[in-house]
Design a protein around this ligand. Structure first.
Ligand code: CP
Length: 313
C-alpha cells in the first residue's frame, strides 16, 4: 500500500497495517548494519536531495547515511549556504534540484505545510523531515519502531509523552502513529502546553507527572521548544524541571520493563537528568540507530518501487 504513495508527509492518514509494513521493512534494513559492508545496491541510479531549512543533527545525517547505504546519489542543501539567502524561494530551490534529476526531496522547514506545498508542486516524491510544529513522521516511526523492537506489538501499550505537546511535531507524529496502531497514548505537561482538542482523539491528558507515569510501558521525554513558543506559556525552565523533569525518583515509579525515550536533542538537567538519560532503561541511542533503518525503509518504499526485496541481499 505504501508503494502507491508519491509522498510521505505525516502519520495522520497512515493505517496501522502500512505502519507495520514500514517497521518490517526497517527491520530488514537493520540487518544490513551488522554486515562488514553496510551497503546495498537497491537505489543505485536514484537521486535523493536533502533540503534542510532548519538546523538538524540526527535527521539530516541519518537521511544522508540511509540514502548512501542504499547506493543512491545524495545532494544536501542547507538554508544558510544556499541561494535562499539571496532571496530564492523554497519552491524554486526544490525545482532547481528536481531538474537536476532528484527522485526524492527530503525537506525540513519551519513552516507547517511546507512539505505538502512541495509535494503538490513537484513530480519528485517528497518526504517530510519536520515542518514547523506540524509533523515529523520519520521521528514518530523510529520511536514506534524502538518500542516495537523492545516490547512487541503496540496494541494496548501505554505510551506517555511528556513536555511541550502544543509545539511539538514529534508529539503529533507519535500520537497519530500510536493511535493508528491501537496504543493508549498519554500526554503530560503544563496545561498551557497541552492542546485541548487532544482528548477528543482519545489521548489522555495529565498535568501531574506522577499520575501520568503510573503503569506506562514507555515514556518519551520532549525538549521544551522555547524557539516556537509565544511568551507567557511557560514560567521558567527551573520550575519545569521541578514539576515535570524526569529524575531518578520519578524513574523509579516505572515498571521494570518500561523504556525511557527522548527524540533528541536533549537538554540534560531540564527535561531529563543525565543519570536517567544514560541509565539502564534509556533507549535513546538505539532510537538514533533505528532512525537510519526507518529512513532507509521509507526511501526504499518511495523510490524503490520497481526494486524487489531480493536486492537487499
Ligand atoms: N529528533 C530530531 O529531529 O533531531 P534533529 O533536530 O537533530 O534532527
Amino acid at each position: 500500500m505504501l508503494k502507491q504513495r508519491k509522498d510521505f508527509l505525516g502519520l495522520y492518514d497512515v493505517p496501522g497495517e502500512d505502519i507495520m509494513e514500514i517497521l518490517q521493512t526497517a527491520r530488514s534494513m537493520k540487518d544490513i548494519f551488522t554486515r562488514s559492508i553496510k551497503k546495498v545496491p537497491t537505489l543505485r541510479g536514484k537521486t535523493v536531495v536533502n533540503l534542510f531549512f532548519e538546523p538538524s543533527t540526527r535527521t539530516k545525517s541519518s537521511f544522508d547515511l540511509a540514502a548512501k547505504r542504499l547506493s543512491a546519489d545524495v545532494m544536501s542543501i542547507s538554508k544558510s549556504s544556499s541561494s535562499v539567502v539571496k532571496g530564492e524561494t523554497l519552491l524554486d530551490t526544490a525545482r532547481t534540484m528536481e531538474v537536476m534529476g532528484a527522485d526524492i526531496v527530503v525537506v525540513r522547514h519551519s513552516h507547517p505545510g511546507a512539505a505538502r506545498y512541495l509535494a503538490k508542486n513537484l513530480k519528485a516524491a517528497v518526504l517530510n523531515a519536520g515542518d514547523g510544529a506540524h509533523a515529523h513522521p520519520t521521528q514518530g516511526l523510529l520511536d514506534i519502531y524502538t518500542i516495537w523492537e523492545k516490547l512487541g506489538e503496540l496494541q494496548d501499550k501505554k505510551i506517555l509523552i511528556v513536555g511541550d505537546i502544543a509545539h511539538s511535531r514529534v508529539a503529533r507524529s507519535n500520537i497519530w502513529g500510536l493511535l493508528n496502531l491501537g496504543a493508549e497514548v498519554r500526554v503530560c505537561g503544563p496545561s498551557t502546553l497541552l492542546p485541548r482538542q487532544l482528548e477528543e482523539t482519545g489521548v489522555k491528558t495529565y498535568t501531574k507527572i506522577d499520575e501520568a507515569l503510573d503503569d506506562v510501558d514507555a515514556v518519551n521525554i520532549l525538549r521544551i521548544q522555547l524557539e516556537r513558543q509565544e511568551s507567557g506559556l511557560f514560567p521558567s525552565l527551573r520550575e519545569y524541571r521541578f514539576l515535570f523533569g524526569i529524575n531518578e525518583a520519578r524513574q523509579s515509579r516505572l515498571k521494570d520493563e518500561a523504556l525511557v525515550m527522548h527524540p533528541g536533542p536533549m537538554n540534560r538537567g531540564v527535561e531529563i537528568e543525565s543519570s536517567v538519560a544514560d541509565g539502564k532503561r534509556a533507549v535513546i541511542t538505539e532510537q538514533v540507530t533505528n532512525g537510519v533503518a526507518i529512513r532507509m525503509a521509507l526511501l526504499y518504499l518511495l523510490a524503490g518501487k520497481e526494486v524487489q526485496y531480493e536486492n537487499l541481499a
